[in-house]
Design a protein around this ligand. Structure first.
Ligand code: SF4
Length: 178
Protein backbone atom coordinates (compact mmCIF):
# COMPACT_ATOMS: atom_id res chain seq x y z
CA UNK A 1 0.00 0.00 0.00
CA UNK A 2 1.23 3.48 -0.88
CA UNK A 3 2.62 5.52 2.01
CA UNK A 4 0.50 8.63 1.56
CA UNK A 5 2.53 10.72 4.02
CA UNK A 6 5.67 10.05 1.98
CA UNK A 7 3.89 11.08 -1.24
CA UNK A 8 2.55 14.25 0.41
CA UNK A 9 6.06 15.18 1.57
CA UNK A 10 7.42 14.61 -1.93
CA UNK A 11 4.67 16.78 -3.47
CA UNK A 12 5.52 19.65 -1.10
CA UNK A 13 9.19 19.20 -1.98
CA UNK A 14 8.22 19.59 -5.67
CA UNK A 15 6.90 23.06 -4.85
CA UNK A 16 3.12 22.70 -4.39
CA UNK A 17 1.88 25.10 -1.72
CA UNK A 18 -1.02 22.91 -0.55
CA UNK A 19 -1.22 19.12 -0.63
CA UNK A 20 -4.36 17.55 0.80
CA UNK A 21 -5.99 14.15 0.80
CA UNK A 22 -8.81 13.58 -1.66
CA UNK A 23 -11.63 11.08 -1.43
CA UNK A 24 -12.06 9.93 -5.04
CA UNK A 25 -15.72 9.06 -4.34
CA UNK A 26 -16.41 12.82 -4.11
CA UNK A 27 -15.51 13.31 -7.78
CA UNK A 28 -18.49 13.65 -10.11
CA UNK A 29 -17.79 14.31 -13.74
CA UNK A 30 -19.85 17.08 -15.25
CA UNK A 31 -20.70 17.61 -18.94
CA UNK A 32 -20.35 21.38 -18.32
CA UNK A 33 -16.57 20.92 -17.96
CA UNK A 34 -16.52 19.22 -21.35
CA UNK A 35 -18.60 22.04 -22.86
CA UNK A 36 -15.97 24.50 -21.65
CA UNK A 37 -13.25 22.36 -23.29
CA UNK A 38 -15.17 22.36 -26.55
CA UNK A 39 -14.83 26.17 -26.66
CA UNK A 40 -11.16 25.34 -27.30
CA UNK A 41 -9.72 28.41 -25.60
CA UNK A 42 -6.58 26.39 -24.82
CA UNK A 43 -6.26 25.16 -28.43
CA UNK A 44 -5.87 21.53 -27.28
CA UNK A 45 -9.40 20.28 -27.90
CA UNK A 46 -9.28 17.47 -30.47
CA UNK A 47 -5.49 17.69 -30.66
CA UNK A 48 -4.20 15.53 -27.83
CA UNK A 49 -4.95 12.09 -26.39
CA UNK A 50 -5.21 13.60 -22.92
CA UNK A 51 -8.09 15.93 -23.88
CA UNK A 52 -11.61 15.43 -25.20
CA UNK A 53 -12.67 13.78 -27.34
CA UNK A 54 -9.49 11.63 -27.40
CA UNK A 55 -9.54 10.94 -23.65
CA UNK A 56 -12.85 9.08 -23.94
CA UNK A 57 -16.45 9.70 -22.96
CA UNK A 58 -17.45 10.93 -19.50
CA UNK A 59 -18.55 7.39 -18.62
CA UNK A 60 -15.22 5.93 -19.72
CA UNK A 61 -13.29 8.58 -17.77
CA UNK A 62 -15.48 8.06 -14.72
CA UNK A 63 -14.80 4.32 -14.83
CA UNK A 64 -11.03 4.96 -14.93
CA UNK A 65 -11.16 7.47 -12.07
CA UNK A 66 -13.41 5.44 -9.81
CA UNK A 67 -11.10 2.45 -9.83
CA UNK A 68 -9.35 4.53 -7.15
CA UNK A 69 -10.43 5.53 -3.65
CA UNK A 70 -7.60 7.69 -2.33
CA UNK A 71 -5.85 10.60 -3.90
CA UNK A 72 -4.26 13.98 -3.32
CA UNK A 73 -5.15 17.52 -4.36
CA UNK A 74 -2.05 19.47 -5.35
CA UNK A 75 -2.26 23.26 -5.44
CA UNK A 76 0.05 26.11 -6.34
CA UNK A 77 -1.25 29.38 -4.92
CA UNK A 78 0.48 32.67 -5.53
CA UNK A 79 -0.06 36.36 -4.99
CA UNK A 80 -0.65 37.98 -8.36
CA UNK A 81 -2.13 41.10 -9.80
CA UNK A 82 -5.08 39.37 -11.45
CA UNK A 83 -5.09 42.05 -14.16
CA UNK A 84 -1.46 41.33 -15.04
CA UNK A 85 -1.27 38.60 -17.67
CA UNK A 86 2.49 38.14 -17.24
CA UNK A 87 2.18 37.51 -13.50
CA UNK A 88 -0.63 35.03 -14.12
CA UNK A 89 1.43 33.20 -16.73
CA UNK A 90 4.43 33.09 -14.40
CA UNK A 91 2.33 31.41 -11.71
CA UNK A 92 0.91 28.98 -14.28
CA UNK A 93 4.46 28.18 -15.38
CA UNK A 94 5.54 27.57 -11.78
CA UNK A 95 2.62 25.21 -11.28
CA UNK A 96 3.55 23.40 -14.52
CA UNK A 97 7.09 22.95 -13.18
CA UNK A 98 5.76 21.54 -9.92
CA UNK A 99 3.57 19.09 -11.87
CA UNK A 100 6.52 18.01 -14.06
CA UNK A 101 8.83 17.49 -11.08
CA UNK A 102 6.15 15.47 -9.29
CA UNK A 103 5.39 13.49 -12.48
CA UNK A 104 9.06 12.40 -12.60
CA UNK A 105 8.76 11.03 -9.08
CA UNK A 106 5.38 9.42 -9.83
CA UNK A 107 6.61 7.65 -12.95
CA UNK A 108 9.59 6.20 -11.09
CA UNK A 109 7.86 5.29 -7.85
CA UNK A 110 4.06 5.10 -8.13
CA UNK A 111 3.15 2.72 -10.90
CA UNK A 112 -0.55 2.42 -11.68
CA UNK A 113 -1.51 5.83 -10.28
CA UNK A 114 -3.29 8.53 -12.31
CA UNK A 115 -1.87 12.05 -12.33
CA UNK A 116 -4.00 14.91 -13.63
CA UNK A 117 -2.69 18.39 -14.30
CA UNK A 118 -4.28 21.56 -15.52
CA UNK A 119 -3.31 21.38 -19.18
CA UNK A 120 -2.99 18.96 -22.07
CA UNK A 121 -0.22 16.36 -21.89
CA UNK A 122 3.05 17.90 -23.09
CA UNK A 123 5.25 14.80 -23.03
CA UNK A 124 5.87 14.98 -26.78
CA UNK A 125 6.64 17.94 -28.96
CA UNK A 126 3.75 16.88 -31.19
CA UNK A 127 1.02 14.59 -29.93
CA UNK A 128 0.25 11.59 -32.13
CA UNK A 129 -3.51 12.27 -31.86
CA UNK A 130 -5.48 11.12 -33.81
CA UNK A 131 -3.32 9.23 -36.32
CA UNK A 132 -1.27 6.96 -34.05
CA UNK A 133 -1.73 5.61 -30.53
CA UNK A 134 -0.25 7.60 -27.63
CA UNK A 135 3.53 7.08 -27.43
CA UNK A 136 3.66 6.94 -23.63
CA UNK A 137 0.25 5.86 -22.28
CA UNK A 138 1.78 5.21 -18.84
CA UNK A 139 3.09 8.76 -18.63
CA UNK A 140 0.16 10.61 -20.13
CA UNK A 141 -1.36 13.17 -17.79
CA UNK A 142 -4.89 14.45 -18.32
CA UNK A 143 -6.14 17.94 -17.50
CA UNK A 144 -8.68 17.66 -14.68
CA UNK A 145 -11.25 19.67 -16.64
CA UNK A 146 -10.72 17.55 -19.75
CA UNK A 147 -11.80 14.48 -17.81
CA UNK A 148 -14.94 16.34 -16.77
CA UNK A 149 -13.98 17.56 -13.28
CA UNK A 150 -15.12 20.94 -12.00
CA UNK A 151 -11.89 21.82 -10.24
CA UNK A 152 -13.35 24.15 -7.59
CA UNK A 153 -15.96 21.53 -6.72
CA UNK A 154 -13.33 18.78 -6.29
CA UNK A 155 -11.45 21.06 -3.87
CA UNK A 156 -14.48 22.17 -1.88
CA UNK A 157 -15.89 18.65 -1.54
CA UNK A 158 -12.61 17.68 0.06
CA UNK A 159 -12.57 20.69 2.40
CA UNK A 160 -9.71 22.31 0.52
CA UNK A 161 -9.91 26.01 -0.30
CA UNK A 162 -9.93 27.02 -3.95
CA UNK A 163 -9.91 30.77 -3.36
CA UNK A 164 -7.33 32.19 -0.95
CA UNK A 165 -8.46 35.79 -1.05
CA UNK A 166 -8.09 38.91 -3.16
CA UNK A 167 -4.85 39.18 -5.11
CA UNK A 168 -4.28 35.43 -5.16
CA UNK A 169 -4.73 32.74 -7.77
CA UNK A 170 -4.61 28.97 -7.40
CA UNK A 171 -3.74 26.32 -9.94
CA UNK A 172 -4.73 22.75 -9.19
CA UNK A 173 -3.60 19.25 -10.07
CA UNK A 174 -4.49 15.94 -8.48
CA UNK A 175 -3.40 12.34 -8.34
CA UNK A 176 -5.45 9.21 -7.87
CA UNK A 177 -3.27 6.84 -5.85
CA UNK A 178 -5.02 3.58 -4.96
S1 SF4 B 1 2.42 11.13 -24.28
FE1 SF4 B 1 2.75 12.15 -26.27
S2 SF4 B 1 1.34 11.05 -27.64
FE2 SF4 B 1 0.67 10.60 -25.57
S3 SF4 B 1 -0.91 12.15 -25.07
FE3 SF4 B 1 1.07 12.93 -24.31
S4 SF4 B 1 1.81 14.22 -26.01
FE4 SF4 B 1 0.23 12.85 -26.88
Amino acid sequence: MINIEEVKAKALECGFTTVAEMDVDTIELNPAARDACAENKCHSYGKNWSCPPGCGTLDECSERIHKYKRGLILQTTGEVDTMDFEEIMELAQNHGEHVRAFADYVHKNLEGTMLCGDSACRNCKTCTYPDEPCRFPDKLSHPMEGLGMIVSEVCLRNNVKYYYGPGTLTYVACIMLD
